[in-house]
Design a protein around this ligand. Sequence first.
Ligand SMILES: Cc1cc2nc3c(=O)[nH]c(=O)nc-3n(C[C@H](O)[C@H](O)[C@H](O)COP(=O)(O)O)c2cc1C
Length: 418
Amino acid sequence: MSKKLDDFRLRVAGKELVPLVIGGMGVNISTTQLALEAARLGGVGHISDAMMPAVADDVHGTRFVSEKLKRHRRNVKQPDKSGVLFQLAQVAEATRLYVTKTMERKQGPGLIFLNCMEKLSMGNPKDTLQARLKAALDAGIDGITLSAGLHLASFALLADHPRFRDALLGIIVSSVRALKLFLKRAARVNRPPDYVVVEGPLAGGHLGFGLDWKKFDLKAIFQEVVQYLKKEGLPIPVIPAGGIFTGTDAVEYMEAGAGAVQVATRFTVTRESGLPEDVKQRYFEAEEQDIEVNMLSPTGYPMRMLKNCPAVSRRVRPACEAYGYLLDGTGRCSYLETYYQAAQNGGADKLHEIQKVCLCTHMRRYQCWTCGHYTYRLKETTRRNPDGTYQILSAEHVFKDYQFSTDHEIALPEDREP
Ligand SMILES: Cc1cc2nc3c(=O)[nH]c(=O)nc-3n(C[C@H](O)[C@H](O)[C@H](O)COP(=O)(O)O)c2cc1C
């Protein structure tokens, strides 16, 4: 009989879980509700800490963004953003609030992790990262997945936290080289990661590859990582991610030695996903030629997006006084630099020439539609409504389809028509 994902288990922290991890999707696409569903169904869900103060404002009615803007209002017209800093206490408070409110509602046998991107340097990379990580542990998160960066110092930043050895801590890598660097630094604090996510070139969000991403293959990198950990005698679960679209894709990785699989794209179009309803329809409608990997992100990493999203064509005034999540330790962001150059050279007329997007503003407004490579297959996973729109799925439906389907079949939702 054909195997299904449910024939396997992820073994971590003395638990046996459904080996399905829903990856973190910023900014608030992987919502509390989505993570709660994954945990209720016995797998692992992620919330994302990207722009947490802004997300806390939207979800819990706090006023972190307006308070920060008020503090720095005088600077709005200045190109120099080196003084536009977050208050660490506020960063920690936002994280604690959001994580606590999520964990309080957790039910079922699964786990909830926080996805934490190093590239969100927030004007003060080391201290803000430490505040975010520690506050999440304080608030009882089950685990933290370190992403978008090498995170060479992150374990050391946490080493004196009482939960440093008990909470589950993992890292996302896209090469064995990056993993080796991380493990070397983790060894200094005598704390190996509890899991390693290997993200390939078909994933959504930022990619750990260059624009030559097509030359890379998740299966090959995954095998290399598995072999390396075996050789080193490190029994760490390896979790492949990027382009795992059916339960059978997942089974193939489990048979090749994966501890679990991480997926995201198929959950972007669920009711629990934070994307606005009309944007979910754009994801369903997308064809392969509508998706591109570009260099518009100020982080310098390539990012996969739908070409027709507002962020690709629209340039906005930088809003670092309110946001400023991508400012480096000297107050620089490549969007900011290109914006002021264009503004100097020709004012509003030249803004379309800017080769970057203001990710803070666009992600907050759900106008940067980052997506996985197989977004164009989402239409295969649902039915059309009588008005031509696509039926939105429940996270439970998609989760169970991964868990129980066989032979690359995809279960459609119940037919709502009479
Ligand atoms: C809309 C979207 C947003 C994402 N945002 C993030 C993010 O903020 N941080 C991160 O580490 N990964 C992010 N990812 C990557 C996912 O967590 C996941 O590893 C990957 O997309 C899995 O591949 P799949 O989408 O083909 O299933 C994002 C993916 C998508 C589709």
